[in-house]
Design a protein around this ligand. Structure first.
Ligand code: 13P
Length: 267
């Protein structure tokens, strides 16, 4: 029988605090980022209940470090090498991300997994690299529309998680982040319904809890896929939704601010 983490346990561990992560994807330039970050700082510095993270393209990590270091906003990258060091042209290691003050890194985003043929095994290696170097991985999992229509979402996500569990046990999910990102919801304007999100987040938490209850209670599970100011609150109040991973609506300060305010309200 599967075990679930009690809400009390979550509160005690501080995990009740919501997390909103901006995934800028391949957007921005030095000038635009400067303006957007100044707007983020002005709008979000008052938030007490919600943790904010910005994940930017590699070349701008130094800029994030410079502009965010004395603020309540943390930063991270959108990808990481699966190896620690060596002859891997074009790759960026976990230690390099640490050099620029990154605390977080997105791992296995579906836009990379499909375009660059990242296997579940490669993604598992990247996840472990992040953990070994003290970065918090944000592991993206999710199903395609065809898989959802065939009722295969639990099977697909279960397999993505099993690859990591088989190599490193479920304990590795303690103090990690999983983002449920249905592929059909990313960039389409069609977010999962709160009921769909609730079911998948519960499945993910229960799966980890069935092996390691403590790890499950220390895991944050975000929702990602067409979050916007209109749907943010209804998604973020759902049980087992610990925050959001926001693409398009993080590129414009007003919308992002509204999503963060919804998260603060949902705490
Ligand atoms: P959108 O918010 O643009 O749908 O992107 C979601 C996403 O991919 C976050 O990682």
């Amino acid at each position: 029988m599967s075990q679930t983490a009690s809400p009390d346990l979550l509160k005690k561990s501080g995990l009740a605090k919501k997390l909103v992560v901006a995934n800028w994807k391949m957007h921005g330039n030095l000038e635009k980022n400067k303006v957007l970050l100044a707007q983020y700082i002005a709008a979000l510095s008052g938030l007490k209940q919600t943790k904010i993270v910005v994940c930017a393209p590699y070349p701008y990590l130094a800029q994030l470090q410079q502009l965010l270091q004395h603020t309540n906003i943390s930063w991270g990258a959108q990808n990481i090498a699966k190896n620690a060091e060596g002859a891997y042209t074009g790759e960026v290691s976990a230690a390099m991300l640490k050099d620029f003050g990154c605390e977080y890194v997105i791992v296995g985003h579906s836009e990379r997994a499909t375009a660059y043929c990242e296997s579940d095994e490669n993604i598992a290696q990247k996840f472990v690299q992040a953990k070994q170097h003290g970065l918090t991985p944000i592991l993206c999992v999710g199903e395609t529309l065809i898989e959802r229509e065939a009722g295969l979402m639990e099977l697909v996500i279960g397999k993505q998680l099993d690859t990591i569990i088989a190599q490193h046990g479920a304990a590795i999910f303690a103090d990690s982040i999983i983002s449920y990102e249905p592929i059909w919801a990313i960039g389409t304007g069609l977010a999962a319904t709160p009921i769909q999100a609730q079911a998948m987040h519960k499945f993910i938490r229960n799966k980890i809890a069935s092996i390691d209850k403590e790890a499950a209670s220390r895991l944050k599970i975000l929702y990602g896929g067409s979050i916007n100011p209109q749907n943010a609150l209804q998604l973020l109040v759902v049980s087992n939704v610990d925050g959001g991973l926001v693409g398009k609506c993080s590129l414009e300060a007003q919308g992002f601010e509204k999503i963060c305010a919804a998260a603060d309200m949902a705490n």
